[in-house]
Design a protein around this ligand. Structure first.
Ligand code: APR
Ligand code: PHB
Length: 397
């Protein structure tokens, strides 16, 4: 089937991850034309194992986009998480501490599949294997996006470009030197992420601090577990046999020996780096940045996917405002509006990461501070509410 190659569009979207796909869906719902250009193929985009927790605001955005039918059927609402530390277990309840807010377990892969299927069903332009290699004219009245598709160099002119192309994408690099500033932090450890055909032995996510290092027990469904272990930077996943993974998870999650995971074959494992990064502003002329193209968080706070959804919800509303009023005021406020939420999530992700992980170079004093902070969350409704409010996230916009 020949794929049409539009020559012009209102909004060019680079990247078909959660940010690009949700933005395209929201723009379509406002009658705003866009073309999505994705460098990888559909299978890669739909199978890329990433996040699994949706904030209430993200669920509401997907419902607003008419893209939550399967989420509402298969997503698992969660009303809390459990913290384990110093031989103790403490549950943090969300609704009672946030006025009713909660989160949903629904894998990023499933959200992406839903959005791709909707776009295909509507016959809206989404080109796979179409890497963008240049964005030109962002500070003029007409932008030009240069990409390759079907072995040919192609150009797409547009009124606006949105870089939803992730941390390693091309859009951020199209911003002239000196026109933006990036703030970064690297962490002295990584995560070994594993997926297993094993029913979770827990109803809600378990975050564990231990002298052996951090561990997290999450899930993808009633029969699939998603689990994480803190490992040294650069650790080799092939050095981790199934047996070693399960034994280490039990040692960290069930430190008091009274609790064991349900085991099963591990179907995926990878070492994930941990870093924080924010690029300001999230705009240059007619080029906007959204999602991982603008900011990265360590995964501990489950914020990456939700920040991407918040960015594009704000941006789509701003484009809709422009279409209905002719005013660019909300587009002009996009970066500041999003950065306030981004920095709150950056701090929360930093907090969850540094309180729960055992830094190889940390002192005994640092370790006691971690336990004191965790003890405060367990003992103070104010500290617990702060965690619950940040974990479930504020309404978008
Ligand atoms: N041209 C076209 N597409 C590109 C280019 C390019 N030059 N560079 C990258 N891409 C595509 C990638 O192949 C990917 O599909 O852009 C998409 C970016 O998607 P994500 O990296 O998932 O970023 P985002 O949509 O912002 O979602 C953030 O996804 O990666 C997770 O942890 C992250 O949960 C967070 C969420
Ligand atoms: C996940 O399920 O992948 C997940 C959940 C919570 C986190 C990080 C990752 O904090």
């Amino acid at each position: 089937m020949t794929v049409p190659h539009p020559h012009h569009t209102r909004v060019a979207v680079i990247g078909a991850g959660p940010a690009g796909l949700l933005l395209a869906r929201l723009l379509q719902r406002s009658g705003i034309g866009c073309v999505v250009l994705e460098s990888r193929d559909r299978a890669y985009v739909e199978q890329r194992q990433r996040a699994g927790i949706l904030e209430q605001g993200t669920v509401e955005a997907l419902r607003e986009a008419g893209a939550a039918e399967r989420l509402d059927r298969e997503g698992i609402p969660h009303d809390g998480i459990e913290l384990r530390f110093d031989g103790r277990r403490h549950r943090v309840d969300f609704p009672s501490l946030t006025g009713g807010r909660r989160v949903w377990v629904y894998a990023q892969t499933e959200m992406v599949k839903d959005l791709v299927a909707l776009r295909a069903a509507d016959g809206e332009p989404l080109l796979f294997e179409a890497p963008v290699h240049a964005v030109e004219g962002a500070d003029t009245d007409t932008c030009v996006v240069r990409y390759t598709h079907g072995g040919r160099e192609r150009t797409l002119t547009c009124d606006y470009v949105v870089g939803c192309d992730g941390y390693h994408g091309v859009a951020r690099r199209a911003v002239p030197e000196g026109a933006s500033r990036t703030f970064e932090r690297a962490y002295p450890y990584s995560w070994l992420g594993v997926t297993a055909d094993a029913p979770p032995a827990y109803d809600e996510l378990v975050y564990a601090h231990s002298d052996r290092g951090f561990a997290l027990a999450s899930m993808r469904s009633p029969s699939v577990s998603r689990l994480y272990l803190q490992v040294p930077v650069g650790d080799d996943p092939s050095a981790w046999s199934d047996q070693r993974i399960w034994d280490e998870l039990d040692a960290r999650l069930g430190a008091d020996g009274s609790w064991r995971l349900h085991r099963g074959p591990i179907t995926a494992k990878a070492v994930l780096p941990m870093r924080s990064s924010v690029t300001e502003p999230m705009r240059h002329g007619r080029l906007f940045l959204a999602g991982d193209a603008a900011h990265i968080v360590p995964p501990t706070g489950a914020k990456g996917l939700n920040l991407a959804a918040a960015d594009v919800t704000v941006l789509a509303r701003a484009f809709a405002h422009l279409e209905t009023t002719g005013s660019t005021e909300r587009l002009d406020a996009y970066s500041d509006t999003c950065l306030r939420r981004v920095w709150r999530a950056e701090h929360f992700s930093y907090f969850m990461t540094t309180v729960l992980h055992t830094d190889p170079g940390q002192s005994g004093f640092d370790g006691r501070l971690q336990l004191s902070q965790l003890d405060r969350i367990a003992g103070s409704p104010f500290a617990a509410a702060d965690l619950a409010e940040n974990y479930t996230g504020p309404p978008i916009g």
